[in-house]
Design a binder for this molecule. Sequence first.
Ligand code: PEP
Ligand code: MG
Length: 325
Amino acid sequence: YKKEVVRRGELPATSADGQHFRIMGNIELPEEVVAVKDHGGDGIGLFRTEFLYLSRIDFPGEQELFDQYKEVVELMSPLPVTIRTLDINGDKEIESMPSPEEANPALGLRAIRFCLKNPEIFKTQLRAILRAAAHGYVRLLLPMISGAEEITECIRILNQAAAELEQEGLEHNRDIEVGIMIEIPSAAVMADLLADMVDFFSIGTNDLVQYTLAIDRGNRHVAHLYSPMHPAVIRLIRHVVDAGRHKGKKTYMCGEMAAEPMHLPILMGMGIEELSMAPQSIPKIKNLIRKINVSEVKKLMDTLLQQSSVQDMERIIMDAYGELL
Ligand code: PEP
Ligand code: MG
């Protein structure tokens, strides 16, 4: 059985009508690269970098970060590795800097907000990423971006990091794609303008659903209301993809939504060519893609976008694709 799963993963993710998709792996540790390769991943769509910052009393230094990123990048080369900068606090806490007392950590000093408040910690990570980029295909991904100013500030610090490396004569590569996570509704709404500032978008549905529907992603009392198929979420995603496309920028997805078979037709219909997920889900999703006609799902899109409830969305998908899913 395992062999069969792996073999299916090796086949390309080409739809029944010949459109190519890339199915990537999400990882947190270098060890997980093996699982992405074994399951036929087309690269790393999300490398969550929190791990090295957890369970320790100090912050990791540049060399330690560089060694880890370089290892992942070399193992995956020539395929892309999308390294996401630190996303701590919120639901991921560190010991080296106790998080402030916050009534609502998910709305607090999290991810890019933490990094911009601690630019030295951020720059250390950016330097390590730029150095690793000299050893393979690296994309930089910024988490929890809410608007334009944060991007401007991140790029300023990134340029500063590159200038320093240049001056110190350390091998690096500044010529990397820079993308933002779309996981806060304000960024989704502003996608047409933010597209001018970055090379790609990656939709983080775990947080985008949480913030759009005002439902704590970890709260079991409201878990029944948490759905990526909520029409408001689907409309937001559609807006982001279209806004990016207008500006010649690609939109990818790395939230859990990407690994759920029932959601796949709609993502293919919207034209999201790259989906990233837990390595174990890759073969299943690749296999489904090969059975679906993009031109057919596209015809369903107008109907889907006119629905006002999750139940109606799901019913339409199940009526059309239930047998495959
Ligand atoms: C997301 O929010 O969908 C995402 C991929 O990021 P994380 O789960 O690490 O917050
Ligand atoms: Mg997130």
